[in-house]
Write a protein that binds this ligand. Structure first.
Ligand code: SF4
Length: 396
């Protein structure tokens, strides 16, 4: 793989025209078994299909050699395809981060077969945001160039939440992704980097484009696929919400063996500033979010993360750090704060915080006994950093 920085790499030929084929990717083993039963085939063949798509990462029905030829033909003739989202373009950063435009098949709107893209980011060696989490002991030596990695996953095309510092907000909401499109981003990136399930330390963060809790059913269906079919651990997954209270309440009812960790995108020390930076706060203010979070039964050593974007002069003052410390203490659940120095984006009216302001803010929280980490900006040169995902080819 060439080590060129910030360059656009076009992968293989464009996708062939698909008319309106139905994707198998996204169906769990049970649904696949039901489908095969409908086709008068034994239900256990559903397990073979699931194994082929989710464990062996096969992308063409024809290539699933465990299925008899006649069955592959029947599935194809009935309009089915594997239909996993594919990486259409790659932007590579000098720091090893890769931002992908992942092509989804738009089946809900527009001309049949029109492709839509969503953004996914690969961060080898993470961004520091996982520091201090449970299960972070080093695994055995690996021959790979990365010892751990994080995939940042999108849940919607665009976003309706309108956070003022975020480029994705400028798109508005275009549509929700399906479970297959959400899980498919992960599997496509895992296949590209030959991730070994159960061996490599892979973290998933649902912090890409969109608000996962405004596409709750598909988001959780994707998590179930990734846990049950792909074999990933929910303890290595973190979902970030801007504070959609009904979504948090629903999330609190998920079984622990399927529930990712939770991050609250806080970004301001109080309701007045948060209401300016994140207008959604006017609907669900900070206290209502904290009350909803308290309903979650945390696992041993699990902590809630508060993500906090530092905006120069707006959210990065020393008095803001004191307020955040008080807020975390009063939250009354195990928590940590991830600081993120705001990443600049065209047309966004904020400035990056000064390095001294970041250090002072971090030290003030630490002095108050709040566990605090600074997330390293990743892939700024390719618009892959937090708040920069916009489904564009800027930075190419
Ligand atoms: S920060 Fe997240 S929730 Fe807010 S507008 Fe951007 S994508 Fe949406």
């Amino acid at each position: 793989m060439p080590a060129d920085s910030g360059q656009l790499v076009r992968l293989d030929a464009p996708a062939t025209a698909h008319e309106s084929r139905k994707p198998l990717f996204g169906l769990d083993a049970e649904s696949l078994a039901a489908l095969l039963t409908e086709l008068n085939e034994p239900a256990w063949r559903g397990g073979q299909l699931a194994e082929a798509m989710y464990r062996q990462w096969i992308t063409e029905i024809d290539a699933i050699s465990t299925l008899a030829m006649h069955l592959r033909r029947r599935l194809t003739e009935a309009g089915w395809e594997v239909g996993r989202p594919r990486i259409a373009q790659v932007f590579r950063s000098t720091d090893g981060t890769e931002r992908y435009l992942v092509e989804c098949q738009n089946r809900n709107s527009g001309p049949a077969g029109a492709a839509e893209t969503v953004e996914t980011v690969w961060m080898p060696d993470g961004d520091g945001g996982e520091a201090g989490d449970e299960n972070e002991a080093r695994s055995e030596e690996s021959s790979k160039s990365w010892s751990r990695a994080t995939i940042c996953v999108s849940s919607q095309i665009g976003c309706a939440v309108n956070c003022q510092f975020c480029l994705t907000a400028r798109l508005g909401l275009q549509r929700n992704l399906t479970a297959g499109e959400i899980a498919g981003q992960v599997v496509a990136v895992m296949a590209r980097h030959a991730v070994e399930v159960g061996r490599d330390r892979l973290n998933l963060v649902f912090m890409g484009m969109g608000e996962p809790f405004l596409n709750y059913a598909s988001f959780m269906a994707a998590v179930r696929l990734l846990v049950r079919e792909v074999g990933l651990s929910p303890r290595r997954m973190t979902v970030s919400t801007s504070g959609i209270v009904p979504g948090i309440e629903q999330f609190a009812k998920e079984p622990p063996e399927l529930r990712p960790k939770l991050a609250i995108s806080l970004n301001a020390p109080n309701d007045a500033i948060r209401g300016e930076v994140m207008p959604i706060n006017r609907k669900w203010p900070i206290q209502s979010i904290l009350e909803a979070v308290r309903q979650i039964q945390l696992r041993p050593r699990e902590r809630i993360t508060f993500e906090y974007v530092l905006l120069a002069g707006v959210t990065d003052r020393p008095e803001h750090a004191q307020e955040v410390a008080r807020l975390v203490r009063r939250a009354n659940f195990p928590a940590k704060v991830n600081l993120i120095a705001w990443n600049p984006g065209p047309g966004i009216p904020y400035s990056m915080p000064a390095p001294e302001a970041i250090e002072t803010f971090k030290a003030a929280l630490a002095a108050e006994g709040v566990p605090v980490y600074l997330r390293q900006p990743r892939g700024r040169d390719i618009y892959a950093a937090c708040g920069q995902l916009k489904r564009t080819v800027e930075g190419s």
